[in-house]
Design a protein around this ligand. Structure first.
Ligand code: NI
Length: 227
């Protein structure tokens, strides 16, 4: 399941974030790659431990915490500190699956990557190519979003970034360990949550059936959540 989080960043957050990262020094993106993806990847990244990556990452983490849609869809337990990459003309990233376990260099922070996230930070009109292409059970899905919008997809998916043929694609990317490891279970909870919320908007939160369905949601989450 691919989930788009529209307007994750406010225009003011987007502007501040771009000012922070645009002024920083970028390095070869293969600094964070495993041996296999180093062959496939061609881009630049902000160093993980740079001030700009930390400051930019804090903006993204604040926005995630303020997004009910992100919380409902990801049921996050841990979020890897957001990283930033840029693909110029001729850059791209061939098909791969992200590493299952991510360790933050120089710390004991580690997560199992259940979900991968790409937060688009460039105006889509400003570059050609650069689509995120995710292999799903229904075939390939191509994603290119407005700046400030984010897509979540299962970290187990094969995916690639199409070569950029004009301009520059700037994005934040990171991983989430979910309280609910199983993708299908998480998708069902999200579907149930969404249906309850829209029905509650019509009937009221205190409607007896809404109260019961909300109980079912929490009891399923209690059954499936690992903390
Ligand atoms: Ni990837």
């Amino acid at each position: 399941m691919l989930t788009v989080i529209p307007d994750l960043l406010t225009p003011a957050q987007l502007t501040a974030l771009r000012e922070t990262i645009d002024a920083a020094d970028w390095i070869d993106g293969n600094a964070t790659s495993g041996a296999q993806s180093a062959l496939a990847k061609r881009n630049r990244q902000l160093p993980e431990d740079s001030d700009a990556a930390r400051a930019g990452g804090a903006v993204v983490l604040d926005a995630l915490a303020a997004s009910p849609l992100f919380v409902a869809a990801a049921l996050p337990l841990k979020v890897f500190p957001p990283l930033f990459n840029r693909y110029g003309e001729g850059d791209g990233f061939a098909s791969h699956v992200d590493n299952a376990v991510r360790i933050r260099r120089g710390s004991d922070f580690r997560i199992r990557s259940d979900l991968s996230a790409t937060l688009f930070l460039s105006d889509p009109e400003s570059y050609d190519g650069g689509e995120l292409i995710v292999q799903t059970q229904f075939g390939e899905q191509s994603v290119k979003l407005t700046a400030g919008q984010m897509v979540l997809y299962p970290a187990s998916s094969l995916h690639r970034v199409a070569p950029v043929t004009r301009g520059e694609r700037i994005a934040s990317f990171f991983w989430i360990q979910s309280m609910v490891r199983d993708t299908d279970a998480r998708a069902m909870l999200f579907d149930l949550d969404t249906a309850i919320q829209s029905t509650a908007a019509r009937l009221g939160q205190d409607d007896p059936e809404i109260v019961r369905l909300t109980g079912v949601y929490h009891n399923l989450l209690r059954r499936w959540a690992e903390l």
